[in-house]
Design a protein around this ligand. Structure first.
Ligand SMILES: NC(=O)c1ccc[n+]([C@@H]2O[C@H](COP(=O)([O-])OP(=O)(O)OC[C@H]3O[C@@H](n4cnc5c(N)ncnc54)[C@H](OP(=O)(O)O)[C@@H]3O)[C@@H](O)[C@H]2O)c1
Length: 312
């Protein structure tokens, strides 16, 4: 690892506090992904976040090799697809082949829902349950193919359920987190239970660039709103994984600032403004009728309404 800020996981291993996200807005391998990884590693990023579902693990692996950076210096996360909850070990093997590596640093259960091959969600109590899938993931740590394991899109309700039977406490819970969806209670819960929280969509998909409050703070620091958002994320000890396929923005996202306690407080409370407390992710679209990948918000344990809005 280089001298970037590192956090300690609950198993003693380290994770760089900032990584590059690999969701490109569409599924598939591309030279754009390969190039993004080469640029990111050349700039000093040492943490890559991808997923089987992004369909770009081969391009990530190619970028890693083309960069000339030693595999051992890079923290690689990939994720178990919901369709693969019943074939955990085989799914990781496939990811490893695509990435061209013998292990991942972190393997996450991408979503709590198990989906059939044709994409229908099984109900929460049907096999493979979260507990059964987690047990299979625990075995991967014993084999060394996953140095750490964790979850993603888990609410307090589902973490409580998982922790009833888990032998390994997840190292990470990766969830959407930015000032419109700060996840304050979940972050507190994770701290209490020894998990780190990784913030996905940490620059809110650039949807907050016109926000006056953030703009004012950014101007004071001669920084951009994206830099303020990432600095806030790190300032509250979350891991941030912004995606940018643009060389200048990749550089920008690496340069963080120090926010004052008062600025942190203001950003912490931004979601309390009328109409501000909501998700920015398409899978919470109102068109999906109040469910997310087949489970209702009640089953997922999220206090969300139609369109990813959090009721007051
Ligand atoms: N676990 C999950 O279920 C889950 C869900 C969503 C995301 N993720 C992970 O989290 C990563 C990040 O989340 P995300 O991609 O949803 O959102 P994000 O990182 O908040 O935003 C990405 C968008 O913002 C733009 N952007 C990045 N840096 C910028 C800057 N400095 N100034 C202006 N615009 C900027 C990017 O465009 P350019 O590329 O053109 O710069 C892109 O359109 C993903 O790539 C993925 O690895 C995980």
């Amino acid at each position: 690892m280089n001298d970037a800020l590192l956090y300690k996981l609950n198993n003693g291993l380290s994770i760089p506090a900032l990584g590059v996200g690999c969701w490109m807005g569409q599924v598939g391998e591309s030279d754009q992904v390969r190039q993004m990884i080469v640029w990111a590693l050349e700039l000093g990023y040492r943490h890559i976040d991808t997923a089987s579902n992004y369909g770009n693990e081969e391009s990530v692996g190619k970028g890693l090799r083309d960069s000339g950076v030693d595999r051992a210096e890079v923290f690689i996360t990939t994720k178990l697809a919901s369709e693969d909850h019943g074939r955990v070990s085989a799914a990781l093997d496939e990811s490893l082949v695509k990435l061209g590596t013998s292990y991942v640093d972190l393997f996450l259960m991408h979503w709590p829902q198990a989906l059939t091959k044709t994409g229908e969600a099984l109900p929460p109590d049907a096999s493979p349950t979260i507990a059964e899938t987690w047990r299979e993931m625990e075995i991967l740590v014993e084999t060394g193919k996953a140095k750490s394991i964790g979850v993603s899109n888990f609410s307090i309700k589902l973490l409580d359920k998982l922790l009833e039977s888990a032998r390994i406490i997840p190292a990470i819970n990766q969830v959407e987190a930015h000032p419109c969806l700060p996840q304050h209670s979940l972050l507190e819960y994770c701290r209490h239970k020894g998990l780190l929280l990784t913030a996905y969509s940490p620059v809110a998909k650039n949807k907050l660039s016109g926000n006056d409050v953030l703009g004012e703070i950014a101007a004071k620091h001669n920084a951009t709103v994206a830099q303020v958002l990432l600095s806030w994320g790190i300032g509250r000890s979350t891991i941030v994984i912004p995606k940018s396929a643009n060389l200048e923005r990749l550089k920008e996202n690496l340069t963080l600032i120090s926010l004052s306690p008062e600025e942190m407080r203001i950003i912490n409370e931004l979601h309390k403004e009328e109409g501000m407390h909501h998700s920015v992710c398409g899978f919470h679209s109102a068109a999906l009728g109040g469910s997310c990948f087949g489970w209702t918000y009640e089953q997922l344990g999220w206090e969300m309404a139609l369109g990813g809005v959090v009721p007051r």
